[in-house]
Design a protein around this ligand. Structure first.
Ligand code: FMN
Length: 200
């Protein structure tokens, strides 16, 4: 693997785009997978992987079931952290900030863009709730599949939506020779960003 370059001091969104594009080429799968950390209002944390489904200067978007554990935690406390670690690149990106729910139009458009089988799987899942047997889930899948086979698409369940994290900090970590790694943390500053190097 070539040695990582110094982290630029420019726009963190452009650095994200650059690193993400490189990760898509080098990661064996799911370069868009990121850990999502949530916390209850009294500060008990939990983390799980989700897929990044949109990003830009206005934030980082993922989709989920709002009745899930994360959904319940998000409803009570919109502050989250996102974490990418691309092992193939030896790079990490940490993002922190509050969430806002995407519009129904945005959630509908994304849900309808998913393959039919993914729509069925999401509609059939009571995410995070106990399941008596896997067959129960498979039966629900078969029932929803049959119900919408002719239409060829499943309506978006009202409890399935997306959230956008608007960063209040973006931090880049890059492996450098002799374990003298590099960290740079960006925070919003007026219309732009200001950055600080941190000891790794
Ligand atoms: C690589 C990967 C990607 C995942 N992507 C999502 C996702 O985009 N949305 C989602 O709700 N769950 C996703 N999951 C499942 C979650 O990690 C988790 O099991 C599920 O959302 C329930 O989490 P919760 O009980 O904390 O709410 C993904 C899991 C993995 C391993």
């Amino acid at each position: 693997m070539p040695e990582n370059d110094p982290i630029p001091t420019t726009d963190p969104c452009a650095i994200f785009d650059d690193w993400f594009a490189t990760a898509k080429e080098s990661e064996p799968n799911d370069a868009n997978a990121m850990a999502l950390a949530t916390a209850t209002p009294d500060g008990a944390p939990s983390a799980r992987m989700v897929l990044l489904k949109g990003h830009g200067p206005d934030g980082f978007v993922f989709y989920t079931n709002v009745h899930s554990r994360k959904g319940r935690e998000i409803r009570a406390n919109m502050q989250v952290a996102l974490l990418f670690h691309w092992k193939s690149l030896r790079r990490q990106i940490r993002i922190e900030g509050p969430l806002t729910e995407v519009t129904s139009a945005e959630a509908d458009a994304y849900f309808q863009s998913r393959p039919f089988v993914s729509q069925v799987g999401s509609a059939a899942s009571d995410q995070s709730r106990p399941l008596d047997a896997r067959e129960t889930y498979l039966e629900r899948v078969a029932q929803i599949e049959a119900q919408y086979a002719e239409a060829g698409e499943v309506p978006r369940p009202p409890h399935w939506t997306g959230f956008r994290c608007t960063p209040t900090a973006i931090e880049f970590w890059s492996d450098r020779p002799n374990r003298l790694h590099e960290r740079r943390r960006f925070v919003p500053d007026g219309d732009g960003w200001t950055s600080t190097l941190l000891y790794p």
